[in-house]
Design a protein around this ligand. Structure first.
Ligand code: ADP
Ligand code: ZN
Ligand code: ZN
Length: 739
């Protein structure tokens, strides 16, 4: 009989698999991919996942170690999920072992049994009597029995102390067989009889057209881009599609951006359905995450809602995938396995042969391009549900106008007018802190981070200078560290400064700030929103946290203090992001009775992209931006991969990238790959960050196939390069941020 050799994926950054002999006493075992094994690795032990069983290994037989133990009687990973992980690992050029580490619940990776938690329930025995002579002189036991008898469904073990049930008394009762213990599987109960807990809204014409188109595709792979303006009732369309899906006995997976994790999102699903909803995101503890994962896998969760990583939740009967706010940056993971959950969701939908809906008021240029080329069905909802009007946009040219804490005179007047009319104002400034930097008026010294090529932000309230890139914090100096004068001035304005100024300008109205500094307390947001919902005139000022999820029906003026950053940034995606933010912020405002107005302060009032956006709307802007991308040969008309490197000493990262570049050039020639261009190596836009020197090399390709052929061969070579040991390097396929 040939040897059984187990080829395992281990949680190691190396892009290779590891061979082991079968553990002792497993001669009868049928090994299947996905089973977990505990194995020796160097001086440690690791949990590996079986990828395949082979009969020959490169490793000499006497060097091959046996695995220590088999952890699963059957594979806990459904084949569909395994397939998705394999695809992910290959596409993103990431080791399979580490890919599985990102994709699977922590407890599974740690070797925890792939079983739902067991819960013990205490019951009074059916024939137990309180006047049983055996407890006549044991009042504690009698009391305990009495309490248990009041709970005909039993009492969960962890609730014993809450009901003042003493464990010792129960054990004594158990010995007398007056009580019993039942072990139940933790998790959701049985499936509901009727799905709807709340009636559905009658869809308007546009919603209905979108709904019908998608419904007709249930049962097979088809991607849709649901481009509906903010407040157009996209969520209602999702809910009704999910209902269809539930009726067909299928499960639905809904991905939402990190920031939308508010209780509102979940509440809408819970109010609508009598369904078992599994919540999957990073704030859910490991045990609950494993339970949610198992419930979804076993068909005991009907709806799975979560952020990026929830994409890897297995489903027994997959029916539909929804990606809400598909343009959102949080779908892209920026560390380790650098995957894009939206892009992977498409792969998954195709593999599982189900429809996928990408919804947004401001679709990404990638998705719009896919809609134009016919890969996605395009469904538009151009009107708000309930008849509310779209806000009107005004560009306010602030060239040579003085800015007072970032706010121009005409903007102040507009804010004052709105408040006087008894309405609310939303002020948007995507920069937290008091001021972006501190300047010495005497010698020109600027406050800089000692570890980054970046200025430190003044946080006045806490009296600190903070680096927003590495977290460095120091006290605001009293005098200039360079010349000693005391004339230090904050330059520019962040939300803290604008808030302070607005409170002085409009003392009769509350000014509420929403950013990461103001809302670190968990329920601060909720309280804030309750105040706003009351409808009294007030000013709401904040960063992009304001742009998402919430509706502020009483806001009639949106003041955007700075749109220019997005128009002259070196990042080719900056203008797209700026446009999305402006439209999303604007979409928070106005209702049927009171259409909103959006005023944008800018030094570039004639910039064609800004003109398009404000006069003709997001889709016109997107057309123009796509035309520019096409002309420049940028995504979605080209494909990128970015090799990043960083090191403690200057020059090391470049040295590695120079070698990497030479290796790539050789491979391009050797494999006769066309349409590939290597750009760099160049220093990263922020060359030093957190004390490391950074550089990058960009690969630009007209076609995907040659790009991936290069990457496959290239990564193996890079792992062997000696200069790679001195640097931290990583590859980002389809990078979103080029720094
Ligand atoms: P979106 O997800 O597109 O931003 P929502 O689904 O949140 O929009 O809908 C915005 C508001 O319109 C919600 O208060 C919702 O209850 C309401 N709404 C949605 N569809 C309808 C409809 N067909 N009739 C009446 N109101 C609707
Ligand atoms: Zn000075
Ligand atoms: Zn820093």
């Amino acid at each position: 009989m040939p040897d059984v050799i187990l080829r395992l994926a281990l949680p190691s950054p190396l892009r290779r698999l590891f061979d082991y002999k079968a553990p002792a006493h497993t001669a009868q075992t049928v090994f299947t991919p996905g089973m977990r094994l505990r194995v020796p690795f160097g001086r440690r032990e690791m949990i590996g996942i079986l990828v395949e069983v082979v009969s020959h290994s490169e490793v000499p037989a006497d060097k091959l170690k046996p695995a220590i133990a088999l952890l699963d009687p059957v594979s806990p990973l459904p084949p569909a999920l395994f397939k998705l992980c394999l695809w992910t690992s290959q596409y993103y050029q990431h080791g399979l072992g580490d890919t599985l580490s990102w994709a699977l619940p922590v407890l599974l990776r740690q070797g925890e049994p792939a079983e739902a938690r067991q819960e013990r329930f205490w019951h009074a025995a059916a024939d137990a009597r309180l006047d049983d002579p055996r407890i006549a002189r044991a009042p504690k036991q009698r009391d305990a029995l009495k309490t248990l008898a009041q709970h005909p469904h039993g009492v969960a073990h962890q609730l014993l102390s809450k009901l003042q049930l003493n464990k010792d008394s129960l054990d004594l009762l158990l010995a007398k067989q007056l009580v019993s213990v039942e072990v139940r599987r933790h998790g959701p109960g049985p499936r509901a009889e009727h799905w709807l807990a709340q009636p559905e809204l009658p869809l308007n014409e546009e919603q209905r057209a979108a709904f019908e188109a998608i419904r007709a595709s249930l049962g097979g792979f088809q991607p849709f881009l649901l481009a509906g303006v903010t407040g157009s009732g996209k969520t209602e369309v999702y809910l009704q599609l999910i209902h269809e899906c539930l009726e067909a006995g299928k499960q639905a997976l809904v991905l939402i951006p990190e920031i939308n994790l508010g209780p509102q999102t979940l509440a809408r699903f819970e109010q609508r359905f009598n369904a078992r909803i599994a919540l999957v995101h990073s704030a859910v503890n490991d045990r609950d995450r494993l339970d949610a994962w198992l419930a979804a896998r076993d068909g005991e969760a009907d709806i799975i809602i979560g952020t990026r990583s929830a994409l890897f939740t297995p489903m027994k009967n997959p029916g539909l995938i929804i990606i809400d706010e598909e343009h959102d940056g949080s779908y892209k993971q920026q560390e380790g396995l650098r995957y894009h959950a939206r892009d992977l969701a498409l792969v998954r939908a195709s593999q599982e042969d189900i429809p996928i809906v990408l919804g947004s008021a401001t679709p990404s240029l990638e998705s719009l391009h896919n809609a134009h080329t016919g890969r996605y069905g395009l469904l538009r909802i151009d009107h708000r549900a309930g008849g509310a009007q779209q806000p009107k946009f005004l560009r306010l040219d602030v060239k040579s106008r003085p800015l007072d804490s970032g706010i121009s005179g005409p903007m102040q007047q507009a804010i004052g007018q709105t408040l006087a009319n008894g309405q609310q104002v939303l002020v948007f400034l995507n920069r937290r802190g008091f001021a972006p930097t501190l300047l010495c008026h005497d010698c020109g010294w600027l406050s800089e981070c000692p570890r980054c090529d970046a200025r430190t932000t003044v946080h006045q309230r806490s009296g600190e200078l903070r680096c927003h890139h590495c977290g460095h914090v120091e006290r605001v100096p009293r005098q200039c560290p360079k010349c000693g004068t005391v004339d230090l001035r904050p330059v520019g304005a962040g939300t803290e400064r604008a808030e302070e100024r607005l409170a002085i300008l409009f003392p009769d109205y509350p000014v509420l700030r929403v950013d990461r500094d103001s809302t670190s307390r968990k329920d601060a947001m909720t309280q804030l929103f309750a105040t706003i919902q009351k409808g009294h005139p007030c000013i709401l000022i904040g960063t992009q946290m304001l742009a998402k999820g919430h509706h502020f029906p009483r806001v009639t003026l949106v003041s955007i203090l700075d749109a220019d950053g997005g128009l002259f940034s070196g990042d080719f995606r900056a203008s797209e992001r700026m446009a999305q933010l402006i439209v999303q912020v604007a979409g928070r405002a106005g209702r049927a009775e009171e259409p909103g107005k959006v005023i944008i302060q800018t030094h570039l009032a004639d910039h064609p992209l800004l003109v398009q956006l404000t006069e003709q709307g997001y889709f016109a802007f997107a057309e123009q931006a796509l035309a520019e991308r096409r002309a420049a040969g940028l995504p979605p008309f080209a494909h990128l991969a970015l090799l990043r490197a960083e090191a403690h000493k200057p020059g090391q990262a470049e040295a590695f990238l120079d070698e990497a570049c030479a290796a790539a050039e050789a491979l391009v020639a050797q494999l006769a790959l066309g349409g590939l261009e290597l750009l760099g190596p160049v220093p990263a836009p922020m060359e030093r960050r957190a004390g490391r020197y950074r550089a990058q090399l960009l690969v630009q390709a007209t076609l995907r196939a040659p790009l991936h052929r290069l990457l496959n061969a290239w990564m193996l070579q890079l792992e062997q390069l000696p200069s790679g040991r001195q640097v931290r390097w990583s590859l980002d396929v389809d990078p979103v941020d080029l720094y």
